[in-house]
Design a binder for this molecule. Structure first.
Ligand SMILES: [Cu+2]
Length: 160
């Protein structure tokens, strides 16, 4: 009986995303923290999205893709610096692994979500929704904070 209840509880955790605190969403064994994007000028066609993903489970998961209403194409990218010191972005093939018990940061200058072919600018202060797709945890839609380019997200210490 207890075992059945535990299984049911585990199943419901997988099926629904729980908002645990402002700016933090959990889905399955994953905690998604400080999702943010940078505001874009009106004519911009691309923008970047970032967040930290912690895997509290004992099996690896994988971020395999993302979608957003404001961008017809969303890719997973990594910024790399070549031997000449030139930064460029490359498509991350096969998705981003989130190892068991570890935390992966998507951050400026490294791994990021690339919103391409923007149909509307990303506006500071708005909270556009982005759907992330994980191999095991499934789809989770969460709001991204929009920050002025160059600024860093604050630790979420909102007092309500
Ligand atoms: Cu990119």
């Amino acid at each position: 009986m207890l075992k059945t209840l535990a299984l049911l509880a585990a199943a419901s955790l997988v099926a629904t995303a729980n908002i645990t605190q402002a700016g933090e969403v959990s889905v399955g064994t994953l905690d998604l923290k400080t999702p943010f994007a940078y505001a874009t000028p009106p004519s911009a066609k691309v923008g970047g999205g970032y967040l930290t993903i912690a895997n509290t489970g004992d099996a690896a998961d994988r971020l395999v893709g993302a979608t957003a209403k404001f961008a017809p194409t969303v890719m997973l990218h990594r910024t790399v610096v070549d031997d000449n010191g030139t930064a460029r972005m490359e498509h991350v093939m096969g998705g981003i692994e989130i190892p068991a018990g570890e935390m992966v940061m998507l951050a400026p200058g490294g791994l990021h979500i690339m919103f391409m072919g923007l149909t509307a600018p990303i506006v500071e202060g708005e909270t556009p929704e982005v759907t992330l797709t994980f191999e095991k945890a499934g789809d989770v839609t969460l709001p991204f904070d929009v920050l002025r380019p160059g600024t860093k997200p604050e630790a979420h210490a909102h007092s309500h």
